[in-house]
Write a new protein. Structure first.
Length: 463
């Protein structure tokens, strides 16, 4: 794949900093495809200590420039360290290193150019999802690396191919199908699909291969199955299947629990206690995409906040005849009688502040939550191309033109916190829907945490 001799095993890239040089270098050294997260990766001082990403500029635009600088320096450092780890195999054409970016991250194209320019000869390819990365093929081709678009439907790939990828077909390394109901992190679930009704991935991947064939892409160009992959003996009907062509498997969740995994020990131990149903497919992310994460206190808090929500009208109209008299000061908002009673009840429970959303609703929060929300919005450093939480946009006005949404959260803050030792209950903890299997798989008996090499060897046995 990508001109390299590799096992058909890909390490799923996980940002922020949940896959770094340690895990990815070890994965490549074991003969697979290691994937370094280039989403605000860590960089190091001369003593090897992580440099905290502190933003000192006063404006969002200037903080955004600081973020891009951190992102490029961090990803370059991770690639260089990972290559050094796996150089003995990589220099022989065995194993590979990819970088992973979120297309909707702030300054994505600038970060890609900055990283690829400084890592020539070290990176085999770029995986990219969370959006429609039309420019990915063009950027990859400029630096002579392969591109691996992450999509969740054949329709998405067809659009990318027709608009851009057909002009850089020689650099297409593989197509990553990320199942929206099984994979962890952000996914491409569309508005036409029901998040509560999972679909079998086989016909979706079969349709993807049909679109690739129609486009003249040979079956030797792999489709990477991402999401829900735990052991290969559960996918035997996919392997050497003429309907699907070449299939490669991506592992995102299992590599979290390895000795080289950079996530903190508390996060690793939490993985060993998860039960079926503990992963929630939700839409609280400021990206606007669905994503899957552990349903911990952090997510339950967001769920409860959205439940304390009422629709309003600026004038008395229809059922909205009752003037809201709690949480809004002197402002006039008209609500239904039932919602007035609910709002009064929430106010009595301490949720005394009503915050307006972009959807003409009000959410009721405690005073300390209001203060935290407003501070996080003010501290925005533009980590996304468009942020629903802060209304930042990477455009001329630096604004989405919409009201900032208090039902969401600062994703950069929480992901940086959890990966650097923050409370696993009070932060976003991404995870795939098979994560509960850590507690059931005998490989992890008595809290066993394998090395990456041990995990790859285990996977190759089919288990």
């Amino acid at each position: 794949m990508g001109g390299r001799e590799v096992w058909p095993l890909v390490e799923g890239g996980k940002g922020v900093a949940a896959t770094n040089h340690l895990s990815s270098g070890a994965w490549a050294l074991a003969g697979g495809v290691g994937t370094i997260s280039a989403v605000n990766a860590d960089s190091y001082d001369p003593t090897g200590r992580i440099i905290p990403q502190i933003y000192r500029a006063l404006s969002r635009r200037d903080r955004h420039e600081e973020l891009i600088s951190y992102a490029i320096d961090g990803a370059v450092s991770q690639v260089q360290r990972a290559y050094d780890m796996a150089a003995s195999e990589l220099s022989r054409g065995i194993g590979a290193l990819n970088i992973n970016v979120l297309w909707e991250m702030g300054g994505a194209q600038r970060v890609l150019h900055g990283v690829l320019e400084r890592t020539r000869g070290l990176v085999n390819g770029v995986t990219c999802g969370a959006g429609m990365p039309y420019k990915l093929s063009e950027i990859a081709g400029q630096y002579g690396v392969h591109y691996y678009p992450i999509i969740s439907s054949a329709r998405a790939f067809r659009a990318l191919w027709k608009r851009a990828y057909s002009r850089a077909a020689e650099w297409l390394g593989a197509v990553v199908y990320e199942d929206p109901w099984l994979a962890g992190g952000h996914n491409g679930l569309s508005n036409a699909e029901d998040p509560r009704v999972p679909q079998d991935p086989y016909p979706r991947v079969k349709e993807l291969r049909a679109v690739m064939r129609e486009s003249g892409i040979p079956d030797s160009t792999p489709i990477v199955m991402a999401g829900g992959v735990w052991r290969l003996d559960e996918w035997t009907d996919w392997i050497d299947n003429p309907e699907l062509g070449q299939i490669v498997f991506q592992f995102g969740t299992r590599p979290l629990l390895t000795q080289e995994s950079p996530i903190p020990e508390a996060w690793k131990q939490r993985l060993l206690t998860l039960e079926k149903g503990d992963i929630l497919l939700h839409k609280f992310s400021p990206t606007g995409f669905y994503s899957s994460a552990v349903r911990n206190a952090f997510l339950r808090h967001l769920e409860a906040r959205s439940e304390r929500q009422v629709a309003f009208s600026a004038t008395a109209t229809g059922d909205h005849q009752f003037l809201l008299d709690v949480g809004v000061g002197r402002k006039n908002y008209y609500v239904t009688r039932d919602d007035l009673l609910r709002a009064r009840q929430w106010h009595g429970l301490g949720f005394t502040e009503a915050l307006k959303t972009p959807d003409n609703t009000l959410v009721f929060v405690a005073p300390e939550d209001k203060a935290a929300i407003r501070q996080d919005q003010a501290d925005c450093m533009g980590c996304l191309s468009q942020c629903g939480f802060s209304s930042w946009a990477d455009n001329a006005t630096n604004s989405t033109g919409r009201l900032a949404d208090p039902r969401s959260f600062c994703i950069q803050k929480t992901l940086q916190d959890i990966v650097h030792g923050g409370d696993t209950e009070q932060n976003l903890m991404f995870g795939g829907h098979s994560a509960y299997r850590f507690a059931k798989d005998p490989f992890y008996s008595n809290g066993f945490v394998p090395t990456v090499r041990q995990l790859v060897d285990r996977i190759l046995t089919g288990a």
